[in-house]
Design a protein around this ligand. Structure first.
Ligand code: ADP
Ligand code: GLC
Length: 525
């Protein structure tokens, strides 16, 4: 375990007397359970907050894989039948990587299942997802009621995405002295919609089913509950915070966002320990900005492993993402044949899973371009690391993208991103023509329209540099690898949000210290 474990153990002792206490509630937290970026954020941000002296406890469902992975699990509370048919206990343990404390809601009938976190083995949503995540929220609300579990009561409850959206509603109803609520929207498109008549069985008060509550076009929306009742709403980049106040990106909830005068946009960071080519155990050979030989070895190993022609000079492009409409996977699929035909050395690897038709389309295309294209359909964490290490270019289109982490991972591993100027991609990738080759990170090739033409033109610009100006490419790559993609700055912004909402935290200098430093640095620059 990392040094932070020792630091946190000390921090936890201190926390009992002084440190602000934050309960982090999410449906997935890396490395206990993950289907996407939500897990990465909820695994890494608490470490940065703990580093600022905040006493963070994480709470998530006790999925089988999470119970298997958590360290030193022990039952610390029996919550009884929290909702009909849902007997729940709190299992306490430690995160296997950071050593931070985590609590799991153990409810075997709901969480110990074969299939994925949200879906059965056939890819259909679990029919009782409403109940499954309502239980998470009720368990969190119990913890948040004065020392009910292990004598620990949070000052702030930080709920993430629709799965934890009922929590602000449940605490709001309590009134009086209660923990303050911060709700972070990671994706407006996932709204946690269920039949309105289920509200009662989910333990919600009657007003939850009204327009002023969590009713959304005739259904119950967990996301709306979070946005409507949280003390503060945040989202995962500044640009997306602007976008979700517009009909184009608000997914029907833009009016609600505007009514509360917007969401606070805080850019995601990355876990710099997990995503570091200089220490990454998944790689064929490690490397760094100052010693790039390893990247060359990773590329050759990848080409061999995936059945591509072994050609270290060929431009190798990758795409690692959910194969969905959001990620413009359909547009990429339609454009790829043209790109592969026009550039006889270009190689492409697609790694992801999602819509069945897109999975089949990429598989068929790989068969049509043997040695030049590979499609790996499935979920494989290690392959994602090896792809960023072996590839030269990341192709990442998006119709909307709240933040996106993949482009940050790619830059850190020296793969130059080609992205659409939308959401968090626009905040985190500056076009090379604007940034210049000496930029400290955050560079790539940016396009505007969500079309194959625009994507194709950006890829052409990118290949023109790769193939025609190798020295410039090396400079771009070095720049990309020089970025500070970590959590420090954003954790300080969250700390400021916490301090702003919970009067008890104001003046808690350690929490705010870094923020003041950052603010000064920004003012000076
Ligand atoms: P989103 O959460 O919208 O899917 P992000 O870019 O924020 O997008 O995060 C995606 C995360 O999921 C990254 O950690 C990425 O590496 C990972 N990921 C996506 N698809 C796969 C896959 N098929 N195998 C392994 N990891 C994947
Ligand atoms: C969501 C978004 C993605 C974001 C991630 C973590 O899954 O789609 O853009 O990076 O959450 O916040």
């Amino acid at each position: 375990m990392r040094a932070i474990h020792d630091k946190m153990s000390a921090g936890t002792t201190m926390a009992r007397t002084a440190a602000p206490k934050v309960l982090f509630v999410a449906s997935e937290i890396f490395p206990l359970a993950k289907t996407g970026g939500l897990a990465d954020v909820c695994g890494a941000l608490p470490q940065a907050l703990a580093g600022r002296g905040i006493d963070v406890r994480m709470l998530m469902p006790g999925y089988t894989e999470a119970l298997d992975r958590v360290v030193a699990a022990q039952v610390i509370a029996d919550l009884g039948e929290i909702l009909p048919g849902a007997p729940a206990r709190i299992v306490s343990g430690w995160m296997p990587d950071s050593g931070l404390p985590v609590w799991l809601v153990d409810c075997p009938p709901l969480y110990r299942r074969r299939g994925s976190l949200y879906r059965d083995a056939n890819g259909c949503d679990w029919p009782d997802n409403g109940l499954r995540f309502a239980v998470l929220n009720h368990a969190a609300a119990r913890i948040a009621s004065s020392g009910h579990v292990a004598g620990w009561c949070p000052d702030i409850v930080h709920a993430h995405d629709w799965h934890a959206g009922l929590l602000p509603l449940l605490l709001h109803r309590r009134g009086g002295e209660r923990p303050k609520t911060v709700f972070t929207v990671h994706n407006m498109a996932f709204q946690g919609l269920f039949p309105l008549h289920e509200a009662r069985a989910l333990g919600l008060p009657p007003y939850a089913a009204t327009l002023d509550g969590a009713e959304f076009y005739g259904r119950l929306s967990f996301l709306k509950a979070g946005i409507r009742f949280a003390d503060v709403v945040t989202t995962v980049s500044r640009n997306y915070a602007r976008e979700i106040g517009t009909p184009e990106f608000g997914c029907g909830m833009d009016g609600l966002i505007r009514a509360r005068r917007g969401a606070v946009g805080i850019m995601n960071g990355i876990d710099e320990h997990v995503w570091n080519p200089a220490t990454d155990d998944y790689l064929e050979q490690r490397y760094s900005r100052d010693n790039m030989l390893g990247k060359h070895a990773c590329k050759v190993a990848l080409q061999r492993q995936l059945g591509l022609d072994v050609d270290p000079a060929a431009p190798l492009a990758e795409s690692v993402c959910r194969l969905t409409h959001q990620k413009m996977a359909d547009v990429l699929l339609a454009r790829l044949p043209d790109l592969l035909q026009r550039h006889p050395h270009l190689q492409m690897v697609v790694h992801g899973c999602g819509d069945a038709a897109l999975e089949q389309g990429f598989t068929a295309m790989a068969a049509a371009f043997p040695g030049r294209m590979a499609a790996h359909i499935g979920y494989d964490e290690s392959l994602a690391h090896r792809l960023h290490a072996g590839a030269d270019i990341l192709l990442h289109g998006a119709r909307f993208e709240p933040c996106g982490l993949t482009q940050l991972y790619a830059m850190r591993y020296g793969a130059i991103p080609v992205v659409r100027r939308v959401g968090g991609l626009a905040d985190s990738v500056i076009d090379v023509d604007v940034a210049g080759g000496e930029a400290a990170g955050f560079i790539g090739f940016v396009f505007d329209a969500p079309t194959g033409e625009a994507l194709g033109a950006a890829v052409e610009r990118c290949l023109a540099v790769y193939e025609g100006a190798p020295q410039t490419w090396v400079r771009f790559r070095r720049s990309a690898m020089s970025g500070d993609y970590g959590w420090q700055r954003s954790a300080a912004e969250y700390a400021r949000v916490y301090a702003g909402v919970a009067p008890s935290l104001q003046g808690w200098d350690e929490v705010l210290e870094g923020y003041r430093d950052d603010a000064l640095a920004r003012a000076a620059s």
